[in-house]
Design a protein around this ligand. Structure first.
Ligand code: AMP
Length: 511
């Protein structure tokens, strides 16, 4: 298999879509999206649809540099809309489909988009909003741009122009918008294509959500850069993956995908014989999963590490050893360092905060220069908040999360946001939300709730309240009612103690 060469002439336009356009024009007849076994769009048709969708954005009053907020189910229509935003030079802001109206209201007031697009039936369709809005369904032939015959050529953009804003929550409870530029997206996809030895005849099985960097940028962009066919799954479903794996060569997933696939006896060496590469990220992959996967399929999962603000940062090597529990060394062109508590470089194996710098790094938090400055060092490194160690060979291990972030089923849950909702319930004094090991989700969200004296609040009351306030993945799987939370001498709640106390919670209940 020959490796793909990139048409560097096209990179003169700093718009990341110029890279994709060059590849698509050279392979216009190749399938772009394959849905339910049939080609829904070729690369040539992708160019036509995205050009018309970009013209429709203009006619809807969206200028270059404006922002478009999208709460949409994963679908070919949503993919075209994203590509159209790139082509039109407008800033794409995808939101999790699980967000409820009160959560959306915050994003809309913060992002101030000139257009809100929502899938029929999602909260984005009905949330109060003063600006222009449009609805989409999963039917490409009914997309709003099908009525226009105009095509908008890909606009010129510089590498520092914003391409997207992805919201990432913070421990202070409010989400921050990470501004990613055309240069961030271009540089990352090019280095990943080389690092993972993308092949001209690769076929990607895409089952990740498209409102997050993993599915939207890493997976989609690698296929687009090489005009590779995508077996497009609108959600992760074991049986659909088993059906399509024999037609794919590359699969990207969160660890939960891999544990679920291992639960299928048919997922074996024969089924995976044509696969070239399985990649895992967004949350820690357990050593046990890594080992069982290798034994069952004959493939060694390649684990990599990244974050919304940084895209992909480290990766186990394609050719060298892929080590369980490690996320590998820094990707070419990116610098990482581990800094110990006293601000000096950590020694080999010593845990410290992982910091990073490179062309992959976001431009800053949207309208939040103070937070942007706070999260960078004087010499320009981004302070990730992840605790890591590094070995002699430069391999990084992520050992903890400084900010108490919970990752459940590949989704991030920031405890503070859940705590603020629970603390508003009558009869609750305060709460501590923690993540504890969960056999299916990696971590499960647990709320330890201190009741007001004399209150008779129950876990069912907590569940009923959060149900209307929070996306399902953020809701505690269990609430534990206590009289008071453990605190240290400085008055800080001792979350580590709570995590230790409840570490077996989901294993006991499963037994
Ligand atoms: P997000 O911004 O949603 O992509 O989440 C980024 C966070 O996910 C990182 O800061 C890490 O805490 C975590 N993460 C991503 N990849 C890995 C990995 N391979 N192993 C452990 N944690 C990871």
């Amino acid at each position: 298999m020959a490796e793909t060469s990139i048409n560097t002439a096209e990179t003169r336009n700093g718009n990341v879509f110029a890279l994709f356009e060059a590849a698509a024009r050279a392979s216009a007849d190749r399938p772009f999206l394959i849905v339910d076994g049939g080609t829904l769009l070729t690369y040539g048709e992708m160019l036509d649809h995205s050009g018309r969708a970009a013209a429709w954005l203009r006619s809807a009053g969206v200028a270059q540099g404006d922002r478009v907020v999208v709460q949409a189910h994963k679908s070919p229509v949503a993919v075209i809309l994203y590509l159209a935003c790139l082509r039109a030079g407008t800033v794409f802001i995808p939101l999790n489909t699980a967000y409820q109206e009160n959560e959306l209201a915050y994003f809309l007031s913060d992002a101030e988009p000139s257009l809100l697009v929502a899938s029929l039936g999602l909260p984005g369709e009905t949330v109060a909003f003063d600006g222009s809005r449009a609805s989409i369904s999963g039917d490409l032939s009914a997309a709003p741009w099908t009525k226009t015959s105009d095509l908008l050529p890909t606009v010129a953009a510089t590498s520092t122009d914003p391409a997207a804003i992805l919201y990432t929550s913070g421990t202070t409870g409010r989400s921050k918008g990470a501004v990613l530029t055309h240069g961030n997206l271009s540089s990352n996809v090019i280095v990943l294509g080389t690092a993972w030895r993308w092949q001209d005849d690769d076929v990607l099985l895409h089952a990740l959500p498209t409102f997050h960097a993993h599915g939207l940028f890493v997976a989609l962009h690698l296929a687009l850069l090489h005009a590779s066919p995508i077996l497009f799954h609108e959600r992760f479903d074991n049986h659909a993956v088993l059906r399509d794996i024999p037609r794919a060569t590359v699969f990207m997933g969160v660890p939960t995908f891999y544990t679920r696939l291992l639960g299928e006896p048919a997922f074996d060496k024969t089924l995976c014989a044509g696969m070239r590469l399985f990649i895992s990220g967004s949350a820690p992959l357990l050593d046990a999963t890594f080992d069982e996967f290798a034994e069952r399929t004959g493939h060694v999962i390649l684990e990599r590490y990244g974050m919304t603000e940084a895209l992909m940062v480290t990766s186990n090597p394609y050719d060298g050893p892929r080590i369980a529990g490690s996320v590998g060394p820094a990707i070419s062109g990116i610098s990482v360092r581990v800094v110990a508590e006293n601000g000096v470089p950590a020694t080999i194996g010593e845990p410290g905060v992982l910091e990073m710098k490179g062309p992959n790094m976001f431009a800053g938090y949207w309208r939040n220069p103070d937070k942007t400055a706070e999260d960078h060092t004087a010499d320009g490194y981004f302070i990730s908040g992840d605790i890591a160690t590094q070995d002699e060979a430069g391999y990084i291990r992520i050992v903890g999360r400084a900010k108490d972030l919970i990752i459940t089923g590949g989704y991030n849950v920031y405890p503070k946001e859940v705590e603020m909702v629970i603390d508003a319930i009558d009869g609750v004094a305060e709460s501590a939300v923690i993540g504890v090991p969960h056999p299916d989700f990696g971590e499960g969200v647990v709320a330890v709730v201190a009741r007001d004296a004399g209150s008779a609040i129950t876990p069912q009351d907590v569940a009923a309240f959060v149900g209307s306030e929070l996306a399902a993945f953020k809701r505690p799987k269990t609430s534990i009612i206590v009289d008071e939370l453990p605190r240290n001498a400085m008055g800080k709640i001792q979350k580590a103690e709570l995590r230790a106390l409840y570490k077996d919670l989901f294993f006991k209940s499963a037994a």
